[in-house]
Design a protein around this ligand. Structure first.
Ligand SMILES: C[S@@+](CC[C@H](N)C(=O)[O-])C[C@H]1O[C@@H](n2cnc3c(N)ncnc32)[C@H](O)[C@@H]1O
Length: 239
């Protein structure tokens, strides 16, 4: 597991330093998983093309809310959320890769966005107070986390009662071919760490969430074959 984490940090540290054009997936280059952000050209420096949905579209973020973005990368979804939360609200991004945190902080500075904060930390043990957050968002990150139960238990802990998470992530239907499952590099590419859609939804239910809804789904033909389908989904749950 440490091996996987080291590889993720190495890969995303490199992407943070070099920018876009990072490989085959997690939104990069040819087999892009990323959805297009529209009307946000001013935030382009924060978009490394690493997402697989746009969770803020469904998050109903309002003035004064506290929002938390898990695996915030260069900060794109944090900055979008910050527009909705306004000066009386606050958006926190957490990421375990120091270079991503550095890049996101530099982006906030150059964009002049002040109601945001980036914290170095792991999703499995977040540096965030319990019952303190109105919305948790995340874009193409939880597939990278080996202990998904722990991640959803943490999301439940930090949300206020009545708060909601809106997460875009990679899941699958069918059986992943062994050559993909056993390929450590494909883990960092957001493929091998994907679990079954039904298992993913069961973990969310077991964590205690209510009103669970799949809001959007998209299939990636380039990775799908026989009975195996790789897909992105945007899912919501309420504490
Ligand atoms: C595919 S990128 C997505 C970045 C961003 N959400 C976006 O859409 O541009 C995954 C990010 O999650 C971070 N990450 C992966 N596993 C993590 C974990 N267990 N805890 C915290 N951050 C993690 C990586 O460092 C990387 O920045």
């Amino acid at each position: 597991m440490e091996n996987i984490k080291n590889m993720i940090q190495e890969r995303y540290g490199k992407i943070a330093a070099e920018g876009r054009g990072c490989g085959s997936s997690c939104g990069c280059s040819d087999a892009s998983m990323a959805d297009e952000y529209t009307g946000l050209a001013e935030l382009d420096i924060a978009n490394l093309g690493l997402g697989c949905g746009i969770p803020t579209e469904f998050a109903d973020i309002r003035e004064g809310m506290t929002v938390l973005d898990l695996g915030s990368g260069a900060g794109i979804d944090v900055f979008i959320a910050s527009k909705h939360a306004g000066v009386s609200g606050k958006v926190i991004g957490i990421d375990m890769t120091q270079q991503m945190i550095d890049r996101a902080r530099a982006n906030a500075e150059s964009l002049g966005i002040r109601n945001v904060e980036f914290r170095l930390g792991e999703i499995e043990q977040m540096p965030v107070e319990s019952n303190s957050v109105d919305r948790v968002i995340s874009n193409c990150v939880l597939n990278l986390v080996p202990e998904k139960r722990k991640a959803f238990a943490e999301i439940y802990r930090v949300l206020k009662p009545g708060g909601a998470f809106i997460i875009s992530d990679i899941v699958m239907n069918g059986t992943m071919p062994d050559e993909l499952r056993d390929d450590a590099a494909m883990w960092a590419e957001c493929v091998s760490g994907a679990i079954g859609k039904n298992e993913y939804l069961a973990i969310i239910r077991e964590a205690g969430f209510k009103n669970i809804q799949v809001l959007k789904e998209r299939t990636y033909q380039d990775f799908s074959k026989d009975d195996f389908t790789l897909l992105s989904m945007t899912v919501k749950g309420v504490k």
